[in-house]
Design a protein around this ligand. Structure first.
Ligand code: KIV
Length: 275
């Protein structure tokens, strides 16, 4: 299914049905103008909790709140017509119990209009995923490197190498069996990502995983060169907007100091020009 040919946004079941077909396209978005630019090109747009790092200057995603996710979710929703909206559940909003997860996920859906939520975790979140799905909350799972657990994973390392592969496979099976409609695979060896993609019945969405995944997602600040504090190996920069923006800001500052801006055409005369 091509996003450009579509009139209305797909539902989670439509995304599930894309398993094994044309790769699913996704990017993160946090604001209305960016969502508008992505709408015709993406199957779904994710309001990731990466917003804390790339937009709010946080060191990691742990301090991101429900209020932040709802505010950015609403902004992105205003920019979308034909792509599906998925919003991340922030750290601490779903792990305590299935009931806590339902309370916050249903609020997220009601206040942002998102079609699904994403949450991190495999086997240990399976019960919660099943609880949410049974109550009308479509869930996108997220396994492999789960940034909300960096303090227990020991940093942003590649997951699932050697002995770790078995656990990641168990996580993938568990979230699929629990009823997730798709799963993000982050920072895994390509061969393990391919094995998971072949084995489970739901689409895999790779980020630092494999070209063989059923779809791909990137943080748009990374792929547009707007977030330059560091560049993970799995990011391809399709533009250098950060550099361009800095050049433009420097030119503006120089022109203001030289009184070259504003020029005649940017200023108003005493009288309106005669017709
Ligand atoms: O928060 C985020 O942007 C994400 C993507 C990297 C998948 O979870």
């Amino acid at each position: 299914m091509s996003a450009t040919a579509r009139k209305s946004a797909p539902l989670p079941d439509d995304i599930r049905a894309m398993k094994g077909g044309t790769p699913i396209v996704s990017l993160t978005a946090y604001t209305t103008p960016m969502a508008q630019l992505m709408d015709a090109h993406c199957d779904f747009v994710l309001v990731g909790d990466s917003v804390g790092m790339v937009l709010h200057g946080m060191q990691n995603t742990l301090a991101v709140t429900m209020e932040m996710m709802i505010m950015h979710g609403q902004a992105v929703a205003r920019g979308l017509k034909s792509a599906m909206l998925v919003v991340d559940m922030p750290f601490g909003s779903y792990e305590e119990s299935p009931a806590q997860a339902f309370r916050n996920a249903s609020r997220m859906m009601a206040e942002t209009g998102c079609a699904a939520v994403k949450l991190e975790g495999g086997v240990h979140m399976a019960e919660t995923i099943a609880f949410l799905v049974a109550r009308g909350v479509p869930v996108m799972a997220h396994i492999g490197l789960t940034p909300q657990s960096i303090n227990t994973l020991g940093g942003y390392k590649v997951q699932g190498r050697d002995a770790g592969a078995g656990q990641v496979l168990r996580d993938a099976r568990a979230v699929a069996d629990a009823g997730a409609f798709s799963v993000v695979l982050e920072k895994l060896p390509a061969s393990l990502s391919d094995e998971i993609t072949e084995e489970i019945a739901i689409p895999t969405i790779g980020i630092g995983a494999s070209a063989g995944c059923d779809g791909q997602v990137l943080v748009h600040y990374d792929m547009l060169g707007l977030f330059t504090a560091f560049k993970p190996k799995f990011v391809k920069r399709y533009a250098n907007l950060g550099e361009d923006a800095e050049k433009a800001i420097a030119a503006y500052a120089e022109e203001v100091r030289a009184r070259a801006f504003p020029a005649e055409e940017h200023m108003f005369a005493d009288k309106a020009p005669e017709k």
